[in-house]
Structure formats: structure tokens, C-alpha cells
Design a protein around this ligand. Structure first.
Ligand code: SF4
Length: 460
């Protein structure tokens, strides 16, 4: 039996006695850091119910797929995966398959239609209901529960974090912008900020448990707090929050993602520069170097404005590392538009860029512009040219750090080479160092080599 229910107000049974002791869970996460963090919350609830994590699918009693809908191939992957998981379900009677996250929130009926063997379909706004939904599916059959009304996740939820030294902390959910290529506002809803006291309490608890690095998460962190009635103040609350998080005892590194070029303010740059724990790292998504395309994307800034923000940030924060996002082949993008993007990339000297080929998301305005889609071979050629240019710039930026002495924070063994650890500089650059220190160790290294996507260091 499959039932669709919408519950309000929500019930949470976090405090119940563990009922799944000895069982194992497997979580597969697709998508962004927001999803990674949601998965940590799901893991926290499953562990609180007595379960432990497994990395082997054939041992799992509960398989949770945390889905993404930002790109079309993420959807295709999901439905491909679900097809294969029918076999897994058949081979493990009693095991429960859960599909959560953005694709489930947006396409709840489609998930059911394409994969009726899924036991629980749940959205992004009711993660705290996972245990009740598992109980329901076990006793009564398949269930879909998607809650459309949005609220910031209660901080009292247990979280099972993947790392012990570094943690994501959500400061807001949703987004009030309307970028024409983006499905986030439709899936996650309008922006809702968590109260600063809540955030600081969570950060304090994390620091007390040994976390030294905090990454604040939001879709547009610069507008953090605009929806909170805190004495009618209109000051940039994000700048204030950065200073407060940076002063929590034990926190040595603070990062955040993502700011928005239209809303990034001098006060935030000053807070970054004046708060020792806040790292000299800024992710400022450009998306395109053409004013015409930026207007079609509904980004709320033009190239001149972006350049001014970038100059302001670099002038205010010494030794700032800047990364960006760029979409190639937005509908109607001409060769001239693309050339403007290349010019902007050349001039901006980004340390790193996340480059994407435009992918139409059903439900977005850009997806309706089918008559303006750029032929795929043209997009591919542009993409390759952009990647080549950015790789050269990244390599030059990395080369300029050779000979410097940098503090790095170890993340764990390198996946590329044995006897080497992967670590990050304050600017967020990956450094490989020979040795075997545990994750969370701070080291001082001299940078001895550079590649486009990492540095090589030697212990000082
Ligand atoms: S700012 Fe634009 S791209 Fe970012 S989440 Fe909001 S709508 Fe999407």
C-alpha cells in the first residue's frame, strides 16, 4: 500500500527508545554540501535509533538515497540507480529503500511511478520524520510524505558527522532569488534563517567536541537574517554572525558558502579580514561574463558590478583566494557572449572555477527557451576552451605560492598516493604532503610544487 500524507504540525520521535539496534544503514548522497549535511542529520537519527553505518550495500537494512535535482544527469542517474536497486530489494527481504532530498521533494509522484518498490519517499523539509516513516513502511507498506511548508531544521536533531574536526552548520534554507536556470527556490522554497543564538549554540557544542573548522551553509549567506525580526535592525547580520562564530573558543577556521555577488557587502569583507578565524577564501559565483546573459539568467548584477565586488574583496582581505561558478551554453549565448566570459575569466584570475555545461531543469524558466538552446557541439567546444584557460590560470595562481610557508589542516590520507596526506591551506587549496598525520592535525609546510588542482608541501 502506498499512501501520501502531509503532516502538519510535524511530529518528531527523536527521544524514543532505540528500536533498530544491530541494523545497518547505507546512505548515498548526490549533490551539494546542503545535501551532504542533510545526510549527516539522517545518519544522526538512524544512529540514535541503534543503527550503525555500513559501506557495503549487501549488508544494509536501510538504504537512503539523498537526491539532487540541480542537473539533469543527476535525475537520470537517480532513476538508473533505482532500476538497479530493485534487484537489491528483491535480494534482501525486509530491507527498506528510502528516497529523500530535492528530487523526491519536487518529483514525488514520478519517483513512485518509476520505482514503485521504493518504501519511503520523503522531502527535504521533514528529515526529522525518518524513523516514523521507516516504522510505517515496515508495518503498513510504501509511504510518501512530502511537506511543502519550509522551516529551518531544529538544532536539537542529532547529527552523525563524517569528520570529527570539521563540520557544516546550516544558517539558512531556501532562496528568495529567481535565477532562471535554478530549481532551488521551487524545491527548497523562500529563504528562512536560523536564529543566531541557535547557530552559536551549535557551533559552541561542536567546538567543545573537538571541531576546529566550521563551514556555514546557505543558498545566499549575504542575505542571512533579513527575515528575522531582531529589533528591526537592517545591519548585515551575516557580517555580525561571522565575527561571532569566529570568536567561539576552539574554532580556528571559519568558511562559508555561498555568497551572492549582488548582495556581497563591504561589511562582510571587513568581518572576514578582521576575524582571525575566518579564512581568506571567497566563492563568488560569476556564471557568465556577458551582461546580456547575466540579465537573461536574472542574476541581479552586471559584469561591472561583479568586478567592483571582486576588487573590493581583494582590497579588503589580504591574500584572498577566490573561486567561482560558470555556466557555459546558457540559452541564447552567442560566441560574442562566450568571448566576454573568457575575457572576464582571464582578467579575474580566479584560483579555481567550477565550470558547468548548461543543463535544462524542468520547472525553470531557462528550460522553456528551447528555441534558443545552443547546439551541443558548440557548447562542448566552448567548455573545452574555458577549462583550458582556467587550468592555466589555476596553475599560475598555484605556482605563485611555491616557496611560501602555509598552515595546513590535514583532511586524511590522499586518495591518489600512498603515504601522502591531503590537507587544505586557509585559502582552501589542496596540499599533498608526505606523511601520515590524522585528520584534524594542523601542520606548517613550505609549498614546494604546484599543479592546476593541488599544491605539494614539505613539513617545516
Ligand atoms: S541565488 Fe540563484 S542560483 Fe543560487 S540558489 Fe538562489 S536562485 Fe539558485
Amino acid at each position: 500500500m502506498t499512501e501520501t500524507i502531509l503532516l502538519s504540525p510535524r511530529r518528531s520521535r527523536v527521544e524514543r527508545r532505540p528500536t533498530r539496534v544491530g541494523q545497518r544503514y547505507f546512505i548515498r548522497t548526490i549533490g551539494c554540501q546542503m545535501n551532504e549535511h542533510d545526510s549527516e542529520r539522517i545518519a544522526g537519527l538512524l544512529v540514535a535509533d541503534g543503527m550503525s553505518r555500513t559501506t557495503h550495500l549487501d549488508e544494509a537494512d536501510v538504504l537512503f538515497i539523498n537526491t539532487c535535482t540541480i542537473r539533469e544527469n543527476a535525475d537520470n542517474r537517480l532513476y538508473g540507480n533505482l532500476g538497479q536497486l530493485k534487484e537489491w530489494k528483491d535480494s534482501r527481504p525486509g530491507a527498506l529503500l528510502v528516497v529523500g532530498g530535492c528530487a523526491a521533494q519536487k518529483d514525488r509522484e514520478l519517483v513512485r511511478e518509476r520505482a514503485p518498490w521504493v518504501d519511503v519517499v520523503m522531502g527535504t523539509n521533514n528529515l526529522d520524520r525518518i524513523l516514523d516513516l521507516l516504522d510505517y513502511a515496515e508495518n503498513w507498506g510504501g509511504i510518501t510524505e512530502v511537506v511543502d511548508e519550509l522551516q529551518a531544521m531544529p538544532s536539537s536533531l542529532p547529527v552523525r558527522r563524517e569528520l570529527t574536526h570539521s563540520a557544516w552548520v546550516s544558517i539558512q534554507v531556501g532562496c528568495n532569488n529567481s535565477c532562471t536556470f535554478c530549481i532551488v527556490p521551487a524545491v527548497r522554497g523562500p529563504e528562512i534563517s536560523r536564529r543566531p543564538g541557535d547557530i552559536l549554540q551549535e557551533v559552541g557544542g561542536l567546538a567543545a567536541s573537538g571541531v576546529v573548522e566550521i563551514t556555514l551553509l546557505g543558498q545566499n549567506v549575504d542575505t542571512y537574517g533579513r527575515d528575522l525580526a531582531l529589533g528591526g535592525r537592517r545591519r548585515p547580520l551575516f557580517a555580525e554572525l561571522l565575527r561571532q562564530v569566529g570568536s567561539v573558543e576552539g574554532v580556528r577556521r571559519v568558511r562559508f558558502t555561498s555568497p551572492h555577488p549582488a548582495d556581497f557587502r563591504l561589511e562582510v569583507a571587513q568581518a572576514m579580514s578582521e576575524t582571525e578565524a575566518v579564512c581568506e577564501q571567497l566563492h563568488l559565483p560569476l556564471q557568465s561574463g556577458s551582461d546580456r546573459v547575466l540579465a537573461a539568467m536574472h542574476r541581479g548584477y552586471n559584469v561591472t558590478r561583479y568586478r567592483q565586488k571582486l576588487e573590493m574583496a581583494r582590497a579588503t582581505i589580504p591574500d584572498l583566494a577566490v573561486s567561482t561558478d560558470i555556466i557555459v551554453g546558457f540559452p541564447g549565448e552567442s560566441e560574442e557572449d562566450f568571448q566576454a566570459t573568457l575575457d572576464m575569466v582571464e582578467a579575474s584570475r580566479f584560483d579555481q572555477a567550477f565550470m558547468f555545461i548548461f543543463s535544462p531543469r524542468p520547472g525553470t524558466r531557462a528550460a522553456e527557451l528551447t528555441d534558443r538552446f545552443v547546439p551541443s557541439e558548440v557548447v562542448k567546444d566552448r567548455f573545452d576552451r574555458l577549462v583550458e584557460m582556467q587550468n592555466r590560470i589555476s596553475l599560475e595562481a598555484n605556482h605563485s605560492r611555491v616557496g611560501r610557508v602555509e598552515e595546513i589542516l590535514v583532511e586524511g590520507p590522499s586518495k591518489k598516493a600512498a603515504g601522502v596526506v591531503a590537507a587544505r591551506t586557509r585559502g582552501g587549496k589542496l596540499v599533498h604532503v608526505d606523511g601520515s598525520w590524522p585528520a584534524g592535525t594542523f601542520l606548517t609546510t613550505e609549498i614546494t610544487g604546484a599543479a592546476p588542482h593541488h599544491l605539494v608541501g614539505r613539513l617545516v
